[in-house]
Design a protein around this ligand. Structure first.
Ligand code: PAN
Ligand code: ZN
Length: 185
């Protein structure tokens, strides 16, 4: 039997069967920005980034894969570029691929030893996120940053660790350029 694909992947959107859409708003990022006052002053319902994800199997299924596209709005909260919450995987030994689609950004990678590094994201850049490595993306450009992701369906997300201890590096604008500033290393 020959059939049409159940999902359409058009540049930075996904549409079709088993595709979910999730928006993350100002109110979901409480305590994560260096300048909490600046965050709290914003409309809590403003969307900062959103994700389309193709989840063809149930979350937690061993041996499956998930595929997502994230779009992050441009801008800063205080001096810090708008970013994703960031997480370790709940099954910490699961890795992931990210790749840049449109716009400019930085991927922050932090190991369990809290050593932190950043990789430049741009259209066509490919990023291997090793196991046991927290990952967060910041939009350092002036347009929407979109990127793709593929990860194991049993990886899960541990956001708690990041809400508790944060990342050991922050991407802030200094003299008009992104700088990686160490924090709580
Ligand atoms: C991605 C992320 C997505 C949003 O699909 O979930 O970019 O970032 P947060 O989940 O940190 O809010 C991924 O890493 N999945 O594992
Ligand atoms: Zn992940």
């Amino acid at each position: 039997m020959i059939g049409a694909a159940a999902v359409a992947f058009l540049k930075d959107t996904l549409k079709g069967e088993a595709v979910i859409h999730k928006a993350t708003r100002v109110k979901d990022l409480k305590g994560l920005y260096r300048d909490e006052e600046a965050r709290a002053a914003l409309d809590p319902d403003t969307v900062l980034y959103d994700v389309d994800a193709h989840l063809p199997v149930a979350e937690g299924t061993e041996g499956g894969l998930f595929f997502g596209i994230t779009r992050i709005h441009p801008g800063k909260i205080g001096a810090e570029y708008i970013f994703t919450k960031g997480h370790f995987h709940a099954k910490s030994d699961r890795g992931e691929y990210y790749w840049g689609i449109e716009g400019e950004g930085m991927l922050l990678l932090m190991g369990r030893d809290r050593a932190c590094r950043a990789e430049v994201m741009k259209p066509g850049s490919l990023h291997y996120i090793p196991a046991h490595t927290a990952h967060r993306v910041a939009n350092t450009g002036s347009t929407v940053l979109s990127f793709g992701a593929a990860w194991p369906s049993d990886a899960g997300h541990d956001y708690e660790e990041i809400f508790k201890n944060g990342f050991s590096g922050r991407l802030v604008e200094e003299a008009g350029k992104p700088q990686l500033i160490p924090e709580n290393q």
